[in-house]
Design a protein around this ligand. Structure first.
Ligand SMILES: CCCCCCCCCCCCCCCC(=O)SCCNC(=O)CCNC(=O)[C@H](O)C(C)(C)COP(=O)(O)OP(=O)(O)OC[C@H]1O[C@@H](n2cnc3c(N)ncnc32)[C@H](O)[C@@H]1OP(=O)(O)O
Length: 130
């Protein structure tokens, strides 16, 4: 799993228990998955279709640094299935895992659009194809 993104927990990210607000974390995960999928599928109109059960296993407090990891599970026709893990860099604990997040590439009418992708592509692969 690649951990591309780090976040620093600020006062505005906390819940009344003074720990990381779960809704904020889900927003960051959704954004991370959307950006990853838009780049992989080369389609800016890519939406979140499905997210499996989530389990908050630990948390983070103000000043902690967390990192968000994404891994591809499967390339479908119009979909890309990802899994996600968020870790606390300070405590080294897993905060959350999401086993299945399905993103779907859309056409101009908002209908699923086959993306034709079958494997993870890196910038250098794309440059070599030019
Ligand atoms: C110009 C540059 C701009 C750049 C800009 C960048 C800005 C970057 C900002 C990012 C910011 C964050 C962005 C967050 C992203 C949102 O928050 S998106 C908002 C929330 N999501 C939505 O509103 C989606 C609403 N749902 C829909 O519109 C329709 O359900 C969909 C997505 C069109 C799919 O329609 P559908 O009839 O279910 O389609 P269907 O053909 O049955 O299924 C399509 C695929 O989904 C799969 N699927 C369907 N249902 C399920 C299910 N329940 N479970 C699993 N898989 C399923 C199917 O298996 C199928 O897979 P493939 O066989 O194609 O691989």
């Amino acid at each position: 799993m690649n951990f591309h993104t780090r976040k620093w927990i600020k006062p505005q990210d906390l819940n009344p228990n003074q720990t990381l607000f779960g809704g904020r974390l889900l927003e960051w995960i959704d954004e991370e998955c959307a950006l990853y999928s838009i780049i992989q599928l080369e389609n800016p109109k890519t939406v979140t279709k499905y997210m499996s059960e989530i389990d908050f296993r630990s948390s983070a407090k103000q000043g902690d640094i967390i990192e968000i990891g994404i891994e591809v599970v499967k390339f479908g026709s119009a979909s890309l299935t990802l899994k996600c893990e968020v870790r606390n860099k300070m405590t080294r604990e897993t905060i959350i895992t999401v086993d299945k997040i399905v993103m779907v590439a859309l056409d101009e009418n908002g209908k699923p659009k086959p993306h034709g992708k079958t494997k993870v592509e890196f910038v250098k692969d794309r440059l070599e194809d030019k």
